[in-house]
Design a protein around this ligand. Structure first.
Ligand code: DP6
Length: 322
């Protein structure tokens, strides 16, 4: 039987993961909660090769040793974890702007974990797949599921995994993604969060804040209260970015246009339009809207900032094999 392609969609954290208790195992300080999106995904196919080296293609380009290091290190981890020694030809196509705050590592490592699961006939259930994906990139643990997903921080490899909150929510929520830059970010999330944990005087407050915001957003999701979901998400994102500004030395992922988009969203909100921002470790902005407000917001951003690209995304599915 031909090996299937594993498809994983990216997710946007509404309550964010920002800091690891255990760097090696990627055990976070806090739970986090995300929404899986339908527009951005990674397709990955892997096959066993008769070689002692993995070959990794990303978007049809064979990666050199330096560029494939994070992936081959991960495959070394997977080999060691399951006790097999085969190497792989991996072909991965990203339908996500790479490394610009769209967490392509989330869909990337989720698709890779699912693909190895397929190729090696590991028959992992979703919980084990989430654990496997987490070892590649923390946010990837959540891309195993569709809809709203919570990553339970846990305290060990076996207890840190994502769980579905509502995989097919019947809720009027759209996400407008505003692509300001497709450039690779200068500070990876891995090192950005590490610097924040080590040097921001507010890190302890962040841990306390997240535990209450997770509970509040779960209530808002159950009540299908998009405005409340937006309010909590925006507040949580701004609090995360405050950890970068208060780090020593201080840094930020914001570009001038990022601030401009935040101002435009606030101005629309003052006119009664439902719109709230969230921002990951990059300059791009995602705007939480309803289906109706997404159109208004998209037109407003396009008119005021013609240089940026806007895409409306809806709620996406979990891992698929095609
Ligand atoms: C801001 O999952 O990319 O997107 O575990 O070090 O690979 P590593 O980090 P990563 O961090 C994502 C950070 C974030 C927030 C989130 O997705 O929860």
């Amino acid at each position: 039987m031909a090996t299937k392609t594993a498809r994983a969609y990216t997710n946007i954290a509404l309550i964010k993961y920002w800091g690891k208790k255990d760097k090696q195992l990627k055990i976070p300080y806090t739970n986090s909660l995300s929404l899986t999106l339908d527009k951005f995904y990674t397709d990955t196919k892997s096959e066993i090769i008769d070689s002692d080296k993995d070959q990794i293609y990303l978007n049809d380009e064979l990666l050199d040793d330096a560029k494939s290091k994070r992936i081959t290190n991960y495959l070394d981890f997977v080999r060691n974890y399951f006790g097999f020694d085969q190497h792989f030809l991996v072909k991965s196509v990203n339908h996500v702007p790479t490394s610009a705050g769209f967490a392509s590592s989330a869909s990337g490592f989720a698709a890779l974990a699912a693909s190895i699961n397929q190729t090696m006939k590991l028959n992992l259930d979703n919980r084990s797949l989430s654990i496997l994906a987490r070892n590649g990139s923390g946010s990837a643990s959540r891309s195993i599921y569709g809809g709203f997903v919570e990553w339970i921080a846990g305290t060990s490899n076996d207890t840190s995994y994502a769980v579905p909150i509502d995989e097919h929510p019947n809720i009027d929520l759209s996400l407008l993604s505003v692509v300001i830059s497709q450039d690779t970010k200068k500070i990876s999330s891995t090192s950005g969060m590490e610097n924040s944990v080590k040097t921001s005087p507010f890190y302890d407050n962040w841990v306390t804040l997240v535990s209450s915001e997770i509970n509040e957003i779960k209530q808002a999701i159950a009540q299908k209260d998009v405005q409340k979901i937006g309010e909590l998400s925006e507040h949580n994102a701004m609090s995360m970015h405050a950890l970068t500004l208060s780090a020593n030395p201080s840094f930020t992922y914001f570009a001038p246009e990022t601030i401009r988009v935040i101002q435009l969203v606030k101005s629309l909100r003052s006119q009664g339009v439902l719109a709230y921002v969230t921002i990951d470790a990059g300059p791009n902005v995602k705007i939480i809207c309803t289906k109706e407000s997404a159109e208004i917001v998209q037109k407003y951003i396009d008119d005021n900032l013609p240089a940026v690209t806007t895409v409306v995304a809806n709620i996406g599915n979990g891992i698929q094999y095609i």
